[in-house]
Design a protein around this ligand. Sequence first.
Ligand SMILES: NC(=O)C1=CN([C@@H]2O[C@H](COP(=O)(O)OP(=O)(O)OC[C@H]3O[C@@H](n4cnc5c(N)ncnc54)[C@H](O)[C@@H]3O)[C@@H](O)[C@H]2O)C=CC1
Ligand SMILES: O=C(CO)COP(=O)(O)O
Ligand SMILES: [Zn+2]
Length: 348
Amino acid sequence: MFGKTTWIKLPRNVLVGHGVVDQVGAAVEELSLAGRPLLVTSPSPDDIAGDRVRAQFEDVATTTVDEAGFSAVGEVIEAAEAADATFLVALGGGKPIDIAKMAADELGLGFVSVPTAASHDGIVSGRSSIPEGDTRHSVAADPPLAVIADTELMANAPWELTTAGCADIISNYTAVKDWRLARRLKNVEYSEYAAALSEMTAEMLVDNADSIKQGLEESAWVVSKALVSSGVAMSIAESSRPASGAEHLFSHQLDRIAPGAALHGHQVGVGSIVTEFLHTGENGAWRDIRDALRAIGAPTTAAELGVDDDTVIEALTTAHEIRDRYTILSGGVSEDAAREVASFTGVV
Ligand SMILES: NC(=O)C1=CN([C@@H]2O[C@H](COP(=O)(O)OP(=O)(O)OC[C@H]3O[C@@H](n4cnc5c(N)ncnc54)[C@H](O)[C@@H]3O)[C@@H](O)[C@H]2O)C=CC1
Ligand SMILES: O=C(CO)COP(=O)(O)O
Ligand SMILES: [Zn+2]
């Protein structure tokens, strides 16, 4: 008997467009969410759009997240309980969205995601990426009930946040290669549908690179659609595997060794150049990945990330320690080999 079960959780409404941040109230009404929301945000997004969101509710509480981590999740839960909140609205980049997603899941409340930057593909996904000590967990959590992606807000955000989102999508190429490798060698659960959607999302973004230009609102549109589709791939897989492989482990290690040095998306992009080389060798597709990153203006070297060469080597040689996820870096890459690949690809 066929005994497999899958539970694909997706947002009910996704609004992408100019000025849609003023439709958060309408979206909440459409979802029949009643009562008092807790707005979960971080300082810059709160300055930029907090008042516009608050103005749409008669009674609303606000809490700001400074540091990502399980303690921040606990603080949001306490703030929601103290405010008698009946649902959460997350406004900002990946940090407040991930923290609100997990807090809402633990509280059993719905939440609405209002990204202020097209900087990462967690805006839609049913996962929260939470750092804890020496590791970083990919925690299952219900995805947002609605996603409201205002292309005007996103287009006015610092340009590097958009190029970070593009690089997070380009990294899907190597994430899927790691997933297939893990399937072949470790028999990990794999979804061809999710893998194909993830790869196609990266392909379409690269094909549309000409429309991704600073000052062009269409860029925020193209990138938001890609981020939504990548998030859906993670939901179908019930795992971040379609969008997170060794290049992400490298980035998570950089977050620990050089906190705050560069954006998540930029780090995973540089990681992808190296891990593509490790997968397919010197005549493989690593130049395509590097050129795609260059075309949208994302970093391709340690110096452009703002970290020194030794930091990159340390992150590469220790990436396998951060999480039990089989990838091309599992078992560890030696320091000599790491220096050789990083130097051949021009990363250091
Ligand atoms: N759950 C998932 O599936 C995924 C989660 N992530 C998470 O997302 C994080 C990365 O997201 P980021 O957005 O880079 O992090 P972030 O939330 O720390 O934002 C980066 C910076 O951009 C600022 N910012 C955001 N919108 C702005 C705007 N409109 N104008 C000016 N500044 C603005 C923020 O205040 C912050 O200083 C990762 O660390 C990871 O935790 C990333 C990918 C997938
Ligand atoms: O960033 C992600 C996908 O882009 C997912 O992050 P994790 O590596 O924490 O699963
Ligand atoms: Zn990512």
